[in-house]
Design a protein around this ligand. Structure first.
Ligand SMILES: [Zn+2]
Ligand SMILES: [Zn+2]
Length: 395
């Protein structure tokens, strides 16, 4: 049985994933430290936003900060955008060292500069990564096949084995031993099937596998707050939700209890050991990235969401909660979780949710606290502030 320090979270979404993550770096690093893990890797969707806060939190806790991102990926971005295709896959890209971080920042910038598109479904602007960009900046980079929406597990799941094999070869040629297969267990049958096929494929090539937890919130009881956040991200209530409340940051023991072979856990430490400390690159975050952020992350937007909850009648709210949690009865949630149970038993519980939503970060200026050590992100916060104030004037 592995020990507490024999696992590292390689797939973690912070508040930097904007409307898809609510973990703040400070409590994240504290929890990681308390659980006895030695490092944690940030993999925000299409974002490097939490790096400054993570550097600070890492220094305070002694936990090693690893920087990556979960990109939206297609074969050929220009072609996909021109066609108006909405199909996107996920890919985890991790910086191995200072040069790798430079490449990560450049990948991030170029994906927004050259492959920027407005997703109508998600109501936000995004940058797309494709094979050409990945190849251009592949040096000193580690990748994993990402979640179920990674192109390899997804293609295996839908029976397109040849396409899955094609991408396996492409990644293998570009990254060799720095390409890992990723599996997780979130109690989602589709995912289980995709990952068992992925493991089969990996066995043929002796490919290393890592056990991951696609964490979007810190503790289990934060699941509903996260769901309220994602279900309101289009400005009105949508039925979009996660399949269950298991997408929280697990302790090593909780991860081991998922029952993967020991080596899957130990391989996460191998990735961590491959990563050496970073010096922040002098590259500037591109204007397009900042534009996308401002569209996603304005204070007015978050306050509007909080307001939605305050104004809702309990009748509407219960309907919304029903939508959000159709897989799990409210009684069961109440019974299983005291904190959530309390929300449900009090008439005003939805106001508490609204208050919590307000805590979700919107102050882009806060990143500037760390501007000396992380010049790469300084203009991000400066321009971000300007854009937010323009946005507020407009609305
Ligand atoms: Zn993903
Ligand atoms: Zn993810």
């Amino acid at each position: 049985m592995p020990g507490k320090a024999d696992f590292v979270h390689i797939h973690t979404h912070t508040e930097g994933s904007f409307s898809d993550g609510i973990i703040k770096p400070d409590p994240l690093f504290k929890k990681v430290s308390n659980t006895g893990q030695k490092a944690v890797c940030l993999t925000d969707h299409d974002s490097l936003y939490s790096i400054p806060a993570a550097i600070k939190a890492a220094a305070v806790t002694g936990v090693k900060a690893i920087f990556g991102s979960e990109f939206y990926f297609v074969e050929d971005a220009a072609e996909s955008i021109a066609r108006g295709d909405n199909t996107r896959y996920h890919l985890i890209v991790i910086a191995k060292n200072s040069d790798g971080l430079k490449n990560l920042v450049r990948m991030h910038n170029d994906s927004h500069e050259f492959n920027y598109y407005f997703s109508k479904r998600a109501n936000l602007g995004r940058g797309l990564l494709d094979i050409k960009l990945l190849d251009k900046y592949k040096d000193n980079i580690i990748i994993t096949s990402a979640c179920y929406y990674g192109i390899i597990p997804y293609m295996l799941y839908i029976g397109k084995d040849n396409t899955a094999g094609k991408y396996f070869d492409i990644y293998q040629q570009m990254f060799g031993d720095d390409f890992y297969l990723e599996v997780a267990r979130h109690n989602v049958p589709e995912e289980d099937r995709a990952f068992s096929l992925l493991v089969e494929l990996g066995k043929k090539y002796n490919k290393k596998v890592i056990a991951a937890q696609d964490a979007h919130y810190l503790d289990k009881e934060d699941a509903l707050v996260h769901e309220l956040l994602i279900s309101t991200r289009f400005g009105s209530f949508s039925g979009f939700r996660f399949p269950n409340s298991g997408f929280y940051l697990k302790t090593s023991e909780e991860m081991f209890s998922l029952g993967f072979p020991d080596e899957y856990y130990l391989n996460t430490c191998e990735i961590s050991e491959k990563v050496s400390s970073y010096e922040m690159p002098s590259d500037r975050i591109s204007g397009k990235v900042i534009q996308g952020r401002a569209e996603r992350l304005s204070e007015a937007d978050v306050l509007k969401r909080a307001d939605m909850f305050k104004k809702m009648s309990p009748h509407i709210l219960s309907r919304v909660l029903h939508l959000l949690k159709s897989g799990l009865s409210l009684d069961r949630i109440r019974g299983e979780d005291k904190k959530i149970g309390k929300y449900f038993s009090e008439h005003e519980y939805y106001a508490e949710f609204a208050e919590k939503l307000k805590d979700i970060p919107i102050d882009m200026g806060k990143a500037s606290d760390d501007s000396e050590s992380v010049s790469v992100l300084e203009p991000f916060s400066r321009y971000g502030r300007d854009l937010v104030s323009q946005w507020e004037k407009r609305s």
